[in-house]
Design a protein around this ligand. Structure first.
Ligand SMILES: [Zn+2]
Length: 292
């Protein structure tokens, strides 16, 4: 091996190390069905997303509604959005008095603290939600990721079957201009600055987690046991996918299509295809906005 070869090898190893430490898991959306070659769990039997169908779900009128704690309080600033090469991710800070936004109820017995939220989208020609509701795909799916407070971090939580709770929210393209802003508008405002991989941008207004829920009816949902929808596909997630949808203006939807991944390739269609439900039970809670 020549000096030149050794130099090249050195540069390669340094690049590899930096890449792996920055991006965590290395994967892309060229062919999600091949993730299981490197990540064994991606071929497991409680994978996500799945198709949610009302007729195939168990109506459970006794299921308690979800309770949202500290969702009404502003997050401490600065709140940062990042293009991590797979999605736009926003870190959920402590709320202003030092507590954390959390979720309880919905049939789970423990407390889950919000960690971050991110989006899955399509392209000009395709819709990008991960779950389907009654065979319908939506334009964007927002995931709010929570970890069970028994665990120190998400990594540890991902090794436990009840370690993680994710709220799935469908965003649907809307032609009308809404008369009010939600917390999501503050996130959409960062997108023009996030086109490059690993770029970050601070939200320029305060948000609460309620403002991210955007007035959604949280009493009507599907819930089932599944997995992370990205490698390593850990089977640690209790899913709550809401039936109600949040509108997204067409001009904001288009901004998601302007992002690039770590290879400098347009980051489009960053959703995993539907997985087998197998023998899993899906529960449905029919909660009307005004009554329950
Ligand atoms: Zn997700």
């Amino acid at each position: 091996m020549s000096v030149e070869d050794l130099t090249r090898l050195g540069i390669f190893l340094v690049t590899l190390t930096v890449f792996c430490s920055v991006s965590g898991h290395k994967y892309n959306y060229d062919n999600p069905s091949e993730w299981n070659q490197e990540y064994e769990t991606c071929r497991g039997n409680r994978q996500s997303p799945i198709g949610l169908v009302r007729e195939e779900s168990l109506d459970n009128t006794n299921l308690p509604k979800l309770s949202f704690n500290n969702y009404n309080l502003p997050l401490s600033m600065p709140v940062e959005a990042q293009n991590n090469g797979h999605t736009v991710q926003v870190k959920v800070n402590d709320v202003v008095d030092g507590g954390r936004p959390s979720v309880t109820g919905g049939g789970v017995s423990e407390i889950y603290e919000a960690q971050s939220f991110h989006f899955h989208w399509g392209s000009q020609n395709s819709k990008g939600s991960e779950h389907e509701i009654d065979k319908n795909k939506y334009d964007v799916e927002l995931h709010i990721v929570h970890k069970n407070i028994r665990f120190a971090n998400l990594n540890e939580a991902s090794n436990d079957p009840s370690g993680i709770l994710v709220l799935g929210i469908m965003l649907k393209k809307w032609q009308f201009i809404p008369t009010f802003r939600t917390g999501l508008n503050a996130v959409y405002d960062t997108l023009p600055y996030l086109s490059k991989y690993d770029s970050t941008q601070t939200l320029n207004e305060t948000i609460t987690m309620n403002s991210i829920l955007s007035g959604l009816n949280t009493r009507q949902f599907y819930t089932y046991n599944g997995s992370l929808t990205t490698p390593p596909c850990s089977q640690a997630v209790t899913w709550f996918v809401f039936k109600d949808v949040v509108p997204i203006q067409s001009r904001y939807l288009k901004r998601f299509w302007t992002l690039y991944d770590s290879r400098n390739i347009p980051l489009l269609n960053n959703f995993r295809p539907i997985q087998e439900r197998n023998d899993r039970e899906v529960l449905y809670r029919e909660g009307r906005r005004s009554t329950q």
